[in-house]
Design a protein around this ligand. Structure first.
Ligand code: MG
Length: 167
């Protein structure tokens, strides 16, 4: 495979952790006393993944595609937003080679849910699970993450306009 068709994208998102909201990450509902505030379902991991994909494809960002002041997206299922973003990326002639993600939260511990989130994201993005990687970090009890105020997600995506490396 030549490298001329490769595009890298970066996505980052942060949502407040609040009571009375579900904690949904990568399309997976995680048992937690606190969930993510947001206009949509607050799935920061999928939002960061969408931005990474759109960024790599040169398609602006999630806020342009799905405006958060548009009532149509109130309570939106981020899995559905991910499917729509994937369709846009494919229409632009790209396919996903890989994604790598970091999620940072003080609580709950996310590491036990890594495999479920990874499999969910791979299914949503219609790639094999070995093309999606996920790390969970704590906030080391300092800053907005460490105080449990927010959860953050960062994702990089590598896309190709040429055939994927199948060897
Ligand atoms: Mg968001």
């Amino acid at each position: 495979m030549t490298t001329s068709g490769l595009r890298i994208g970066l996505g980052w998102d942060r949502h407040r952790l609040v009571s009375g909201r579900p904690l949904r990450l990568g399309g997976v509902e995680i048992p937690s006393e606190l969930g993510l505030e947001g206009h949509s379902d607050g799935d920061a991991l999928l939002h960061a993944a969408i931005d990474a994909l759109l960024g790599a494809a040169g398609l602006d960002d999630i806020g342009t595609l799905f405006p958060d002041d548009d009532p149509a997206y109130e309570g939106a299922d981020s899995s559905e937003l991910t499917r729509q973003a994937l369709a846009r990326v494919r229409e632009a002639g790209f396919q996903i080679l890989s994604l790598d993600a970091v999620i940072a939260a003080q609580a709950p511990r996310l590491a036990p849910h890594r495999t479920a989130m990874r499999n969910s994201m791979a299914a949503l993005l219609q790639v094999s699970a070995d093309r999606v990687n996920l790390k969970a970090k704590s906030g080391e009890k300092v800053g907005v993450i460490g105080r449990g105020e927010v959860l953050e997600a960062t994702v990089v995506a590598l896309l190709s306009k040429s055939e994927p490396d199948v060897s």
